[in-house]
Write a protein of this length. Structure first.
Length: 256
Protein backbone atom coordinates (compact mmCIF):
# COMPACT_ATOMS: atom_id res chain seq x y z
CA UNK A 1 0.00 0.00 0.00
CA UNK A 2 2.66 2.52 1.03
CA UNK A 3 4.81 1.76 -2.02
CA UNK A 4 1.86 1.88 -4.43
CA UNK A 5 0.46 5.15 -3.08
CA UNK A 6 3.89 6.75 -2.99
CA UNK A 7 4.45 5.81 -6.63
CA UNK A 8 1.14 7.36 -7.69
CA UNK A 9 2.02 10.69 -6.07
CA UNK A 10 5.67 10.65 -7.15
CA UNK A 11 4.79 9.83 -10.77
CA UNK A 12 2.19 12.60 -10.86
CA UNK A 13 4.66 15.14 -9.55
CA UNK A 14 7.41 13.96 -11.91
CA UNK A 15 5.08 14.24 -14.92
CA UNK A 16 3.49 17.53 -13.76
CA UNK A 17 0.06 15.90 -13.79
CA UNK A 18 -2.66 15.99 -11.14
CA UNK A 19 -2.81 13.17 -8.62
CA UNK A 20 -5.77 10.85 -9.36
CA UNK A 21 -8.26 9.81 -6.70
CA UNK A 22 -6.37 7.41 -4.44
CA UNK A 23 -9.48 5.22 -3.96
CA UNK A 24 -8.14 1.75 -3.02
CA UNK A 25 -4.69 3.23 -2.41
CA UNK A 26 -5.78 5.55 0.39
CA UNK A 27 -3.49 5.22 3.43
CA UNK A 28 -5.18 3.43 6.31
CA UNK A 29 -4.19 5.95 8.97
CA UNK A 30 -2.06 9.01 9.75
CA UNK A 31 1.00 6.85 10.42
CA UNK A 32 0.87 5.38 6.91
CA UNK A 33 0.27 8.83 5.43
CA UNK A 34 3.49 10.15 6.98
CA UNK A 35 5.41 7.12 5.71
CA UNK A 36 4.11 7.94 2.22
CA UNK A 37 5.11 11.57 2.74
CA UNK A 38 8.65 10.41 3.60
CA UNK A 39 8.90 8.53 0.29
CA UNK A 40 7.46 11.43 -1.69
CA UNK A 41 9.91 13.89 -0.11
CA UNK A 42 12.87 11.58 -0.80
CA UNK A 43 11.94 11.60 -4.49
CA UNK A 44 12.42 15.39 -4.71
CA UNK A 45 16.14 15.18 -3.88
CA UNK A 46 15.82 18.66 -2.36
CA UNK A 47 17.60 20.24 0.60
CA UNK A 48 15.36 20.45 3.66
CA UNK A 49 15.32 23.75 5.60
CA UNK A 50 12.56 23.04 8.10
CA UNK A 51 8.92 22.24 8.66
CA UNK A 52 5.47 23.62 7.90
CA UNK A 53 2.53 23.10 10.21
CA UNK A 54 -0.93 23.31 8.67
CA UNK A 55 -4.52 23.31 9.83
CA UNK A 56 -3.74 25.35 12.93
CA UNK A 57 -6.83 27.59 12.85
CA UNK A 58 -10.49 26.85 13.36
CA UNK A 59 -11.13 28.19 9.85
CA UNK A 60 -8.56 25.83 8.29
CA UNK A 61 -9.84 22.81 10.15
CA UNK A 62 -13.41 23.50 9.05
CA UNK A 63 -12.27 24.09 5.46
CA UNK A 64 -10.32 20.83 5.29
CA UNK A 65 -12.44 18.68 7.58
CA UNK A 66 -9.56 17.98 9.98
CA UNK A 67 -9.48 17.89 13.76
CA UNK A 68 -5.77 18.49 14.41
CA UNK A 69 -2.77 20.01 12.61
CA UNK A 70 -0.47 18.21 10.20
CA UNK A 71 3.11 18.78 9.10
CA UNK A 72 5.22 18.79 5.96
CA UNK A 73 8.80 19.58 4.98
CA UNK A 74 10.09 22.78 3.34
CA UNK A 75 13.04 23.07 0.99
CA UNK A 76 15.71 25.54 -0.04
CA UNK A 77 14.81 24.96 -3.70
CA UNK A 78 11.21 26.16 -3.20
CA UNK A 79 11.93 29.03 -0.79
CA UNK A 80 12.39 32.62 -1.97
CA UNK A 81 13.22 36.00 -0.46
CA UNK A 82 10.78 38.91 -0.59
CA UNK A 83 10.27 40.78 -2.82
CA UNK A 84 10.30 38.18 -5.58
CA UNK A 85 8.07 39.04 -8.51
CA UNK A 86 9.29 36.36 -10.89
CA UNK A 87 8.61 32.99 -9.26
CA UNK A 88 8.12 30.21 -11.79
CA UNK A 89 6.03 27.27 -10.66
CA UNK A 90 3.19 25.03 -11.74
CA UNK A 91 0.22 25.02 -9.39
CA UNK A 92 -3.35 23.72 -9.45
CA UNK A 93 -5.50 25.46 -6.82
CA UNK A 94 -3.07 27.50 -4.70
CA UNK A 95 -4.05 29.25 -1.46
CA UNK A 96 -2.18 32.22 0.05
CA UNK A 97 -1.20 31.84 3.71
CA UNK A 98 0.56 34.69 5.57
CA UNK A 99 2.26 33.05 8.53
CA UNK A 100 4.65 33.64 11.41
CA UNK A 101 7.84 31.65 11.00
CA UNK A 102 10.43 30.85 13.67
CA UNK A 103 14.12 29.96 13.47
CA UNK A 104 15.26 27.27 15.88
CA UNK A 105 18.38 27.81 18.03
CA UNK A 106 19.14 24.23 19.11
CA UNK A 107 17.92 20.67 18.64
CA UNK A 108 14.47 20.06 20.12
CA UNK A 109 14.87 16.48 21.32
CA UNK A 110 13.11 14.25 23.83
CA UNK A 111 13.33 15.79 27.33
CA UNK A 112 11.08 13.25 29.00
CA UNK A 113 8.02 15.52 29.01
CA UNK A 114 5.86 17.25 26.45
CA UNK A 115 6.93 20.61 25.11
CA UNK A 116 4.76 23.61 26.01
CA UNK A 117 4.83 27.38 25.60
CA UNK A 118 7.15 27.77 28.57
CA UNK A 119 9.82 25.14 28.01
CA UNK A 120 9.97 25.78 24.22
CA UNK A 121 11.08 29.42 24.60
CA UNK A 122 14.83 28.78 24.87
CA UNK A 123 14.84 26.89 21.57
CA UNK A 124 13.64 29.85 19.49
CA UNK A 125 16.22 32.15 17.91
CA UNK A 126 14.22 34.56 15.74
CA UNK A 127 10.90 35.29 14.05
CA UNK A 128 10.13 36.47 10.54
CA UNK A 129 7.10 36.99 8.31
CA UNK A 130 6.40 34.58 5.45
CA UNK A 131 3.84 33.75 2.82
CA UNK A 132 3.35 30.05 2.28
CA UNK A 133 1.53 28.94 -0.84
CA UNK A 134 -0.23 25.62 -0.39
CA UNK A 135 -1.66 23.73 -3.33
CA UNK A 136 -4.05 20.81 -3.76
CA UNK A 137 -2.40 18.84 -6.56
CA UNK A 138 -5.21 16.29 -6.69
CA UNK A 139 -7.66 15.98 -9.58
CA UNK A 140 -10.49 16.66 -7.13
CA UNK A 141 -8.81 19.85 -5.87
CA UNK A 142 -9.47 20.75 -2.24
CA UNK A 143 -12.04 18.02 -1.76
CA UNK A 144 -9.37 16.10 0.12
CA UNK A 145 -9.01 15.02 3.73
CA UNK A 146 -6.17 14.55 6.19
CA UNK A 147 -4.63 11.37 4.77
CA UNK A 148 -4.36 12.74 1.22
CA UNK A 149 -3.07 16.09 2.48
CA UNK A 150 -0.34 14.56 4.63
CA UNK A 151 0.71 12.10 1.91
CA UNK A 152 1.46 14.93 -0.54
CA UNK A 153 3.83 16.66 1.90
CA UNK A 154 1.12 18.65 3.65
CA UNK A 155 0.24 20.36 0.32
CA UNK A 156 3.30 22.62 0.68
CA UNK A 157 4.25 24.42 -2.52
CA UNK A 158 6.50 27.46 -1.96
CA UNK A 159 7.62 29.83 0.81
CA UNK A 160 8.50 33.52 0.53
CA UNK A 161 10.46 34.95 3.49
CA UNK A 162 10.91 38.43 4.93
CA UNK A 163 13.53 39.87 7.28
CA UNK A 164 14.00 38.13 10.61
CA UNK A 165 13.92 39.75 14.05
CA UNK A 166 16.21 38.23 16.67
CA UNK A 167 14.62 40.08 19.61
CA UNK A 168 11.51 38.08 18.87
CA UNK A 169 9.91 38.09 22.32
CA UNK A 170 9.31 41.85 22.08
CA UNK A 171 7.06 41.28 19.07
CA UNK A 172 3.35 40.92 19.91
CA UNK A 173 2.86 37.63 18.12
CA UNK A 174 -0.75 37.28 19.30
CA UNK A 175 -2.34 40.64 18.51
CA UNK A 176 -0.30 42.28 15.73
CA UNK A 177 -2.50 42.63 12.64
CA UNK A 178 -1.59 40.94 9.37
CA UNK A 179 -3.23 42.33 6.22
CA UNK A 180 -3.26 40.57 2.85
CA UNK A 181 -3.49 42.48 -0.43
CA UNK A 182 -3.85 41.28 -4.01
CA UNK A 183 -2.97 43.85 -6.67
CA UNK A 184 -2.95 46.44 -3.86
CA UNK A 185 -6.55 45.67 -2.87
CA UNK A 186 -7.16 44.61 0.72
CA UNK A 187 -8.51 41.04 0.77
CA UNK A 188 -8.34 39.68 4.31
CA UNK A 189 -6.79 40.10 7.75
CA UNK A 190 -5.57 37.92 10.57
CA UNK A 191 -3.33 37.72 13.62
CA UNK A 192 -1.10 35.22 15.39
CA UNK A 193 -3.70 34.34 18.01
CA UNK A 194 -5.68 32.58 15.25
CA UNK A 195 -2.96 29.92 15.19
CA UNK A 196 -3.81 27.46 18.00
CA UNK A 197 -4.32 30.56 20.21
CA UNK A 198 -0.55 31.12 20.08
CA UNK A 199 1.85 30.14 17.24
CA UNK A 200 4.21 28.73 19.86
CA UNK A 201 1.60 26.00 20.38
CA UNK A 202 2.16 25.06 16.75
CA UNK A 203 5.88 24.56 17.37
CA UNK A 204 5.14 22.53 20.51
CA UNK A 205 2.66 20.34 18.62
CA UNK A 206 5.25 19.68 15.91
CA UNK A 207 8.07 18.96 18.38
CA UNK A 208 5.95 16.48 20.33
CA UNK A 209 4.59 14.73 17.23
CA UNK A 210 8.01 14.41 15.59
CA UNK A 211 9.52 12.88 18.72
CA UNK A 212 6.67 10.36 18.67
CA UNK A 213 7.69 9.47 15.12
CA UNK A 214 11.37 9.09 15.99
CA UNK A 215 12.35 12.47 14.52
CA UNK A 216 13.15 15.90 15.97
CA UNK A 217 13.46 19.57 15.01
CA UNK A 218 17.09 20.47 14.35
CA UNK A 219 19.07 23.59 15.18
CA UNK A 220 18.94 26.07 12.31
CA UNK A 221 15.67 24.77 10.90
CA UNK A 222 12.70 27.08 10.44
CA UNK A 223 9.09 26.35 11.40
CA UNK A 224 6.21 28.13 9.74
CA UNK A 225 3.29 27.85 12.10
CA UNK A 226 0.12 28.08 10.01
CA UNK A 227 -2.23 30.44 8.23
CA UNK A 228 -3.15 33.52 10.27
CA UNK A 229 -6.08 34.62 8.09
CA UNK A 230 -9.79 34.32 8.84
CA UNK A 231 -10.66 32.70 5.50
CA UNK A 232 -8.95 30.81 2.64
CA UNK A 233 -7.75 33.11 -0.15
CA UNK A 234 -6.99 31.54 -3.53
CA UNK A 235 -4.03 32.79 -5.55
CA UNK A 236 -3.97 33.68 -9.23
CA UNK A 237 -0.85 33.81 -11.42
CA UNK A 238 0.57 37.19 -12.45
CA UNK A 239 -1.05 39.06 -9.58
CA UNK A 240 0.89 41.03 -6.97
CA UNK A 241 0.46 39.28 -3.63
CA UNK A 242 1.54 41.28 -0.61
CA UNK A 243 1.13 40.89 3.13
CA UNK A 244 1.76 43.59 5.72
CA UNK A 245 2.80 42.22 9.10
CA UNK A 246 2.40 44.91 11.76
CA UNK A 247 5.74 45.14 13.54
CA UNK A 248 7.54 42.76 11.17
CA UNK A 249 7.35 44.32 7.69
CA UNK A 250 6.03 43.41 4.26
CA UNK A 251 6.18 40.37 1.99
CA UNK A 252 5.66 40.74 -1.75
CA UNK A 253 5.55 38.03 -4.40
CA UNK A 254 4.24 37.20 -7.87
CA UNK A 255 4.28 33.86 -9.63
CA UNK A 256 3.61 32.59 -13.14
Amino acid sequence: MIEDTSKIIIDSRHNNTLIPDLENNMPKNVEEAYLIQDEVVKSFNYNSIGWKVGCTTEMAQKFSGMTEPFSGIMFDETTFLSSNLDIRCIMNKPIIEPELCFEIAENITDIGELYNKENILKYIKSIFPVIEIVDARYEKGWDIKALETISDNGVHSILVKGEKISDWQRYDRLNSIINLYVDNKHISSGRGSNVLNDPLNSICWLANKLIGRGKFIKAGEIITTGNTLDKPIFAEPNTLISANFEGLGNIKMKYS
